[in-house]
Write a protein that binds this ligand. Structure first.
Ligand code: WT7
Length: 646
């Protein structure tokens, strides 16, 4: 057998780490597994502020769980107020806009901004139990809006700025939101993303929204509807100056709905993943210390967008709860050139960088000359998230960015898990490139077959989780039945992640990717059905089947097989049009890489499209396995042959 690369924790790193040895990590796991109530209960008391103590650490009525029942707390209080006495002057965010504008915001300043904006929300009649959509660029106001909602107990739903008006409307309606918080636009690759225009389009025919609050970012011309649309600054200016800065955090139940974040499932309809207050807060707080080894002196940078769960948990709630100084950056990694990120690391002396394999691969392609121009010696820890990281990208990240001195934490988790579930504690665990290594304390992953039986070491199986953890999703918004079916019935009694994995002889976990009809494009989750539904809305399209195709940079790319309605079609023009169509229906990140026109799609006799075959065609250019259930075998060979002609 070939020797696997293994990287023990550097001695200097372990010596200063929050969890400094394998024994220390194992002790945490043993306690969490054997005495979960004591384990989480002690941490909750030590690490969070409570307005009223909880009665039970957790109540588990499978598949529904409640944590810290009876307790009263507020995550915005834990992120802001409690730091003020000792750390009010500490920087919460070093923010940098894409055009180069910068802003430094201390905890005291952030607290003030959040209180003022919470008062703005109140002035528009919004309060505990209401719902607000946040559709913003990567500006501090996005975090302010989230925290102001959390402060009042308004359940927020952040919609990534790359989503279309159509996608935004679907989310507004599903959530039954009363307000939208947005901006005129944001900057991306020197172009304006016109967010308010998309909001206007999405609100046509939408009854529930009575208020749209607009932050001025780009200063461009936008439409403002009288009585509904208000500028953030105008509403703030209208507050009574004597009380504008005062807004006590509402004492909320531990299980108060903090936010709903929509993510792609196996059907065309996105799932509204519900996260609640106390358990989520505690789990993020702990993973900041365990996985990112956070210290008061760190400058931490998570390069995600606030519109995805990584931004929620590891730009806003986790780092602020743990009192970190963070970097927030608005733009892309190639603007104005591929040195941008490294210039940010150098200028702010970032010590922890958390990013995605897609970004790393894009940077590798540009060569080492970009990072070489900058001083990256402030970095002490690197992180990866979103998809499996290929060992070659891992090695490059380790050597070129981390100067061969920084451990890499490969963090496996999902929108549904709320926080990191599988990742090394970097002072304790020896790393194997491409493996997420071991679980967080209290998290019990297993690799099983569909009957729930563990598969032998080294074998591939389904990744499932045996126990509820504090940041676990509570349900799918408005659809508890779908929650049960989707996560708790594929393998009886356990949480089904949708990922394949294997555990090697040393116990290391290797997550291999999705086993369902979910694609992963640049670490963004996208359902094949969602893209198919968008395509068949086009008047020329009869049928569509969509699969993920391996892609050097983005991991997977969207590949569409399309049959057309009768009539003459210019394939080249229509291909372009359909790619644009999907971008308009879902969002630019969903734009297909490839549209292939075909005369038929491979189907089973019961009419189900055999995506497995299509996946095989785009991956290997050939087809194997059992195809006897095909309605028309010739369809497959034609598709495969066509591929070879290309
Ligand atoms: C899916 C979840 C977690 C926040 C970003 C994505 C894949 C995520 C890893 C990793 C292998 C990973 C899985 C998972 N994934 N991180 N470190 N190694 N795969 O959140 O959009 O909910 O997607 O991303 O397939 O199920 P998401």
């Amino acid at each position: 057998m070939s020797q696997e690369a293994i990287y023990p924790p550097p001695a200097a790193f372990a010596a200063q780490a929050n969890v400094p040895s394998l024994e220390a990590y194992q002790a945490l796991c043993a306690k969490a597994a054997e005495h979960p109530e004591e384990f989480w209960g002690e941490l909750a008391q030590k690490e969070l502020h409570w307005f009223a103590p909880y009665k039970n650490v957790f109540e588990w009525n499978p598949p529904f769980v409640k944590w810290f029942t009876g307790g009263k707390t507020n995550i915005a209080y834990n992120c802001l107020d409690r730091h003020l006495a000792t750390n009010g002057g500490k920087v919460a965010f070093h923010w940098e806009g894409e055009p180069g504008d910068t802003r430094t915001i201390t905890y005291a300043e952030l607290h003030r901004l959040v209180c003022r904006f919470a008062n703005v929300l109140k002035s528009r009649g919004l309060n505990t139990g209401d719902r607000a959509i946040i559709y913003m660029p990567m500006v501090p106001e996005a975090a302010v809006a989230m925290l102001a909602c959390a402060r009042l107990g308004i359940t927020h739903s952040v919609v990534f700025g790359g989503f279309s008006a159509e996608a935004l409307r679907a989310r507004i309606q599903d959530l039954g939101a009363q307000a939208v918080i947005t901006a005129d636009g944001g900057w991306r690759r020197k172009k304006e993303v016109r967010l308010k225009d998309a909001v206007d389009e999405s609100l046509a025919g939408c009854e529930t929204i009575h208020t749209v609050i607009v932050h001025r970012r780009t200063g461009s011309n936008i439409h403002m509807q009288a009585g509904r649309d208000f500028y953030w600054a105008d509403l703030e200016a209208a507050l009574d100056p004597a009380t504008a800065n005062d807004c006590p955090a509402v004492e909320l139940d531990s299980e108060h709905p903090l936010y709903v974040l929509y993510t792609s499932g196996t059907t065309g309809k996105p799932k509204g993943i519900l996260h609640t207050t106390a358990g989520y807060n505690l789990f993020l707080h702990m993973t900041m210390k365990w996985v990112f080894d956070l210290k008061p002196s760190d400058v931490y940078w998570c390069s995600a967008d606030i519109g995805w769960v990584t931004g929620h948990s590891y730009i806003v709630y986790g780092p602020l709860s743990a009192g970190a100084t963070s970097i927030m950056y608005e733009g892309t990694l190639d603007t104005p050139d591929f040195g941008r990120w490294w210039s940010i690391v150098e200028r702010y002396k970032a010590s922890i960088l958390y990013t995605s394999p897609t970004a790393i691969r894009a940077l590798i392609r540009q060569g080492e000359q970009w990072p070489e121009k900058y001083n990256l010696t402030s970095l002490r820890l690197l992180g990866s998230v979103g998809e499996p990281i290929n060992p070659a990208a891992w090695e490059w990240y380790h050597r070129v960015i981390g100067g061969s001195r920084c451990p890499i934490v490969d963090t496996w988790w999902q929108t549904e898990t709320g926080g990191i579930l599988i990742a090394p504690m970097p002072g304790a665990v020896a790393l194997k490139p491409g493996s997420g290594t071991f679980p967080m304390p209290g998290v019990l992953p297993e690799v099983v077959d569909l009957s729930g039986k563990p598969v032998p070491a080294g074998a591939e199986g389904y990744l499932v989780l045996r126990r509820p953890w504090p940041a676990m999703l509570r349900t799918i918004w408005g659809d508890p039945k779908r929650y049960e079916e989707q996560y708790w019935s594929r393998v009886p009694g356990v949480y089904f992640t949708g990922d394949a994995a294997r555990r090697d002889a040393g116990g290391y976990l290797w997550v291999l990717g999705r086993v369902d009809d979910v694609m992963n494009v640049s670490g963004h989750r996208l359902s094949t059905m969602e893209v198919e539904s968008a395509l068949v809305k086009h008047p020329a399209v009869a049928e569509a089947a969509v699969v993920g195709k391996p892609h050097e940079i983005t991991g997977q790319a969207v590949c569409c097989f399309v049959t057309l309605k009768q009539g003459a079609h210019d394939h080249e023009a229509l291909g372009k049009e359909l790619r644009q169509w999907v971008a308009h229906e879902i969002g630019s990140f969903a734009r297909p890489e490839e549209i292939r026109f075909t005369e038929g799609l491979p189907k089973t006799r019961s009419g189900k499209i055999m995506r497995r075959l299509l996946r095989e065609i785009v991956t290997t250019n050939s087809v194997s396995g059992d195809v006897t259930t095909l309605e028309d075998l010739s369809v497959v060979s034609k598709l495969a042959a066509q591929q070879e002609d290309d």
